[in-house]
Design a protein around this ligand. Structure first.
Ligand SMILES: Nc1ncnc2c1ncn2[C@@H]1O[C@H](COP(=O)(O)OP(=O)(O)O)[C@@H](O)[C@H]1O
Ligand SMILES: O=P(O)(O)OC[C@H]1O[C@](O)(COP(=O)(O)O)[C@@H](O)[C@@H]1O
Ligand SMILES: [Mg+2]
Length: 440
């Protein structure tokens, strides 16, 4: 069970400098829409969960609120900031970079901001990457494009080398925009910073197209990515309905978590089956997926199947699970497997079929953020700047139950966010598709 010690946020030291934002904060109080800096946000959100702890309300586990502080740790005029983006792309990365730079410059008066190129390798001398000076002029319109103007990469880098680079450039604050791997890397950087007795804040803005980072509502870019995915589901549905025995099969990203598949199916409400990593399925047999699909095609003349890339890995025996440069397990291609098995199964059953396979792949994550995600990215960037200027370190900023909070990095990587097979989301998917609870 999560306790106080899991939620404690590290700071570099006392905040002794008046914030340039102090005047704006004078009239603030905790309301339904804001939480003042010395209030706390309860971790549990049901009476039953809070009740089992059996402690008075002020002793319940709670999170530090995000947002501006009246007094800050860093002197803006003497603060030098670095920004890095790591891991796979996600819509909104440029929005986050832009938001960080604008907030730092315009509201805090920080003038020296650099971007490291191509993820953590941008710190390492032998790659020969330059650093990018970031100013409001440079970032003003970068949100019109997908991707990240800084570039990104996977692959391990030595945290000693990273901290060497931070020292060489006299960086006081490092913003890391990335997923679970990036946050683990940042924790290594924090460890080395501590060992060298340096006062450098490291603050993360969690990035995951798969929505697999826990304790946050939904990651930035997710809404954009799932909106893109609906286009493929729509196309699959049109193809399926336009051919005798039409089967539209769509494979979507989602290495360990099937959120994109679930939400895009709910948005389109055209799919008959959703297969996700969290819910294993049998392929063969009377109650297996293939036989169920055959009956559906015979009854209705067509079907749409959406599969998350991490689903059904247990069925891919020829697959030797290698790892990518960052240590992430390489997946077998469940989409191609299903295309072959569905065709064979329908052929064997003498059911006329036309299987159309869609793999939008990177197309869903390389687009610019939609307006909702852009606004969300900007607010996360603001929260990250406020946290860092107040000397918070080894934290990510996040929105949890619509409140901006500081979450210790260790907690953010302590587990993965999954679609709960017993939860409301999966229940909605089952209702929308009409598929059985299990294929067994
Ligand atoms: N366990 C780890 N320890 C230290 N650094 C890591 C670890 N996992 C990943 N990283 C670093 O974080 C970067 C991004 O990780 P990756 O898994 O590719 O993407 P993401 O951050 O999106 O999960 C990699 O370049 C790697 O240097
Ligand atoms: O080909 P790449 O760049 O490794 O990306 C593929 C993977 O990246 C993701 O989009 C997200 O991964 P990260 O969150 O680790 O960046 C997965 O859904 C997908 O499996
Ligand atoms: Mg990851």
């Amino acid at each position: 069970m999560i306790g106080h010690e899991d939620l404690a946020v590290r700071t570099l030291g006392p905040c002794r400098i008046d914030s340039p934002l102090a005047e704006r904060l004078a009239a603030r109080e905790t309301t339904q829409h804001s939480v003042v800096e010395d209030d706390r946000i309860l971790f549990d959100d049901t009476i039953s969960m809070a009740g089992v702890r059996g402690v008075p309300v002020e002793q319940l586990p709670s999170l530090e609120p995000g947002g501006p502080r009246k007094r800050i740790y860093f002197d803006p005029a003497k603060t030098r900031v670095g920004i890095v983006t790591c891991g796979g792309l996600c819509p909104g990365l440029n929005d986050v970079i832009r938001g960080l730079v604008l907030e730092l410059c315009r509201h805090y008066g920080v003038r020296r901001i650099v971007g490291f190129r191509n993820g953590y390798r941008g710190f390492i001398p032998h790659y020969g990457e330059d650093v990018v000076d970031l100013s409001p002029e440079v970032v003003q319109h970068i949100d019109d494009e997908g991707g990240t103007i800084l570039g990104t990469s996977r692959g391990m880098q030595d945290p000693e080398d990273i901290v060497d680079a931070l020292e060489r450039l006299a960086i006081n604050i490092l913003f890391v925009v990335g997923g679970d791997g990036t946050i683990r890397g940042a924790m290594e950087v924090v460890r080395v910073i501590g060992e060298r007795g340096l006062k450098i804040a490291v603050v993360g803005i969690p990035k995951t197209i798969d929505n697999d980072i826990p304790y946050i509502d939904q990651s930035f870019g997710f809404q954009t990515a799932m909106s893109e995915a609906t286009k493929s589901i729509h196309a699959a549905s049109v193809e399926a309905r336009s051919a005798p025995g039409g089967v539209g099969l769509v494979k979507l990203m989602g290495r360990h978590s099937g959120f994109i598949a679930c939400y895009s199916v709910l948005a389109k409400d055209d799919a008959d089956y959703v297969l996700i990593p969290e819910v294993p399925f049998a392929l063969h047999g009377e109650r297996g997926f293939l036989e169920h699909l055959r009956r559906r095609v015979e009854d209705r003349g067509h079907a749409v199947v959406v599969v998350a890339e991490g689903a059904g890995q247990e069925h891919i025996d020829e697959h030797e699970p290698g790892r990518d440069a960052s240590g992430n397990v390489r997946l077998g291609d469940v989409g191609r497997l299903l295309r072959r098995l569905i065709t064979e199964h329908l052929d064997d059953a003498k059911v006329e079929n036309n299987v159309r396979y869609f793999d939008p792949s990177y197309a869903i994550r390389s687009v610019p953020a939609n307006p909702y995600d852009s606004a969300y990215c900007l607010r996360l960037a603001h929260a990250a700047v406020h946290a860092a200027m107040a000397g918070r370190t080894e934290v990510i900023v996040a929105r949890r139950r619509r409140r901006f909070v500081h979450i210790p990095m260790a907690l953010a990587v302590s587990r993965r966010n999954h679609v709960d097979p017993l939860g409301d989301l999966w229940m909605s998917v089952l209702e929308a598709t009409g598929q059985p609870v299990r294929f067994e």
